[in-house]
Each structure stands twice: as C-alpha cells, then as structure tokens.
Design a protein around this ligand. Structure first.
Ligand code: SF4
Ligand code: SF4
Length: 343
C-alpha cells in the first residue's frame, strides 16, 4: 500500500491505518486475528487509546514479534501531569513495548485545556517532552473534534500530528484544516471515516477520502471482511461513478442534518446535559461493548440528565449545523433505556 509522510514525524505510514475502538467488542483471540490480518494486508499505522479498555493489550499481543512492522499511536485523556505519566506507563505495559511511536493529548476541544497544555513550563507538555527525551515516545500529537481549537493546535507548531474527524458528511472543516496542516508540516490523521458507524457505504466513504492524498485514514475495524473490503476499494478505481456521486449527495442530505460533530458549540446547557455525549450514543451502541456504554465510569447519572431538558432551545440556536438537538437527545435517551432493559 502507498505510504505517506506523516508531517514532521517523518513516519512513512500507509494511507489506511487501523482504529482500535471496535476490537473492544471482540474476544481477545478474535481481536488479535483482526489486527494481524490488517498488518498482513499492509496496514502499518495502529491507533488506540488509554481509554479504550482492552484495546491496547490486544494490540500488544497482536504485534508481538512484529513490532518493527508497525507504528503505534495511543493517547491520554488526562489533564493532570501525574496522571498522564501513569497512563503512559500503563500504555507501554499493556502494549508490551519499550516505546510508543506517537503519543497524543486525547480530545482537546476547549480553549482552557489547550491553554493549559501550551502554557510556558506547562507540566502536561513537560511530561510528553521528558518521555520523548527518554525514548518512551517518539512523537507528540493531539486530537480534537472542534475546528477552531484544532486550527490553533496546528498553528502552535507544538504538535507533530493532529487527529480530526473527516468523512463526506463532516467535510467542511477538514477541507480547511488539511492545507493548514500542510503549511505547518503537521501530519493529519483522519478519525471517523465512516462517521462513527453512521455510514454504511464503504465504497463511497473511502473513494471520497482517497481524493485527499496527504492523510492517514483510521477506520475502526471489528471484522476481517471490513478491512478486506476497504483494501479492495483502495486497490480498485478511486474515481466515483455518477451513480455513486449522486448517492453521496443523497446521504449528505439525509444524514448531514442529524450528525453531531461533537464540537460542543451548543454548550453550556443550563441543565448541565452532556449534549454531544447523548447525541453520539447511537454510535457508541454500534461500535462499543454494552459494558462500556452502560456501565463505563462516566456513564452513570450522565445519560439520565437528558430527562432534565427544559426544552429552552438555546443549544439549537448555538449549533452551527442546525441539528434538532431536543428531538435527538430524547431518541438517544430512549435507546439508552432500551439497551439497559435488554442488557
Ligand atoms: S449538537 Fe451541534 S453544536 Fe452540539 S456538539 Fe453536536 S454538532 Fe456540535
Ligand atoms: S434545550 Fe435542553 S439540552 Fe438544550 S440547552 Fe435547553 S435544557 Fe439544555
């Protein structure tokens, strides 16, 4: 598979990488098989996170003996220096490796957190720098869902990569972020190529993304046939047929008005409702194990807050995508109750 240079990291990564969220739903043996099949097919960039429960450990087992064939990226969502250090040591242990190729600040979507990371003598950044000097990590990256913050991350020149969601539904921002990354020589990692499981047409989704040569795309892979299908699309003609173009437009029209970008522009909600979490709940159900989305440490009490919505509509006035938030959080809450009852 063709490789691209991932910005100033100089890592030569395959255009298709591996997203490590869905393997949490599998048994360990199945997960190891899936990761190994991806590597056999040429995938050399694997992304996971401290927060993805068993994902790192399974990846560690899958790459045993083949560590030099792959680049491993993982992340910490902590905003405390000591905790980041703990997360990093745990990742190294779970991945059963001496080094992580790319270590990322996970999900930095607000200015205050970015300021904390970029402040002079920032303790958070120092943990990353020290780990880099010690050879525990090789490169420093960051991930975000919020376009204004992502742009600032790139412009700061403190990160070697940025990860941002990009698919043909949520394309408006990435199309402006990509040239900025190029200008600053920051590697672009595309998360959510299938819109977090909301798109079911891989051919259209990937043919669209193949129009952008300077990024690594990291679909979450749960089944071997999924990566095989993506590789067939990669190896086939990338040009969309007229019919596919038309279908893409139709899906944009249908889904674009119901797809939450998790940018949090709708906040603050006076009832402290975690809007983006509720809005993306259907995608959790598609990609994650029930224990994660029903019993995860951050779940209890959070989903129930949906019932406190007073329908003020302030969130909808702030959402740049005019999403019907009130209706969607109700639907998500109903789905949550249904999943809880059937668990
Ligand atoms: S509801 Fe709208 S503003 Fe809120 S996170 Fe989703 S896309 Fe962003
Ligand atoms: S409509 Fe509901 S969710 Fe939106 S801001 Fe008001 S209380 Fe919060």
């Amino acid at each position: 598979m063709k490789k691209i240079r991932l910005g100033k990291t100089d890592m030569m990564v395959t255009r298709i990488g591996f997203g490590g969220i869905p393997i949490q739903r599998l048994t360990e043996a199945e997960a190891v098989k899936v990761v190994r099949r991806c590597i056999d097919l040429g995938v050399n960039f694997i992304d996971t996170a401290n927060g993805y429960t068993v994902s790192e450990e399974r990846i560690g087992k899958a790459v045993k003996g083949r560590r030099d064939d792959v680049f491993i990226a993982t992340k910490s969502g902590s905003r405390e220096a000591a905790e980041i250090q703990k997360n990093l040591d745990l990742s190294l242990q779970r991945l059963d490796t001496d080094y992580i190729d790319l270590y990322q600040f996970h999900g930095v979507n607000d200015q205050a957190t970015l300021d904390k990371i970029l402040a002079p003598e920032s303790e958070l950044y120092i943990v990353f720098e020290k780990a880099k000097k010690a050879g525990k990590i090789r490169h420093i990256g960051i991930t975000s869902h919020q376009i204004d913050i992502a742009k600032k991350q790139v412009e700061s020149d403190r990160f070697e990569t940025v990860m941002f969601p990009f698919n043909f539904i949520t394309c408006e921002h990435a199309e402006e972020l990509l040239p900025l990354c190029k200008e600053h020589d920051v590697g672009f990692i595309d998360m959510k190529p299938m819109a977090g499981g909301m798109l079911d047409n891989a051919t259209i989704a990937f043919k669209y993304l193949f129009r952008f040569p300077d990024m690594v795309i990291i679909p979450g892979i749960e089944k071997i046939h999924e990566i095989e299908e993506i590789m067939d699309i990669y190896n086939g003609p990338h040009e969309m047929t007229a019919e596919e173009n038309e279908k893409m437009q139709q899906m944009r029209d249908e889904l674009g008005t119901r797809f939450c970008r998790r940018c949090d522009y709708c906040q603050p909600c006076q009832q402290e409702i975690p809007i983006s979490m509720l809005m993306t709940f259907p995608s959790f159900v598609k990609r994650l194990p029930p224990d994660w989305y029903l019993k995860g440490p951050w779940i209890p009490g959070m989903m129930e807050r949906a019932a406190n919505c007073i329908e003020c509509g302030e969130c909808e006035a702030r959402c740049p995508y005019q999403l019907p938030i009130r209706e969607m959080i109700k639907e998500s809450y109903d789905l949550y109750e249904k999943m809880k009852a059937s668990a």
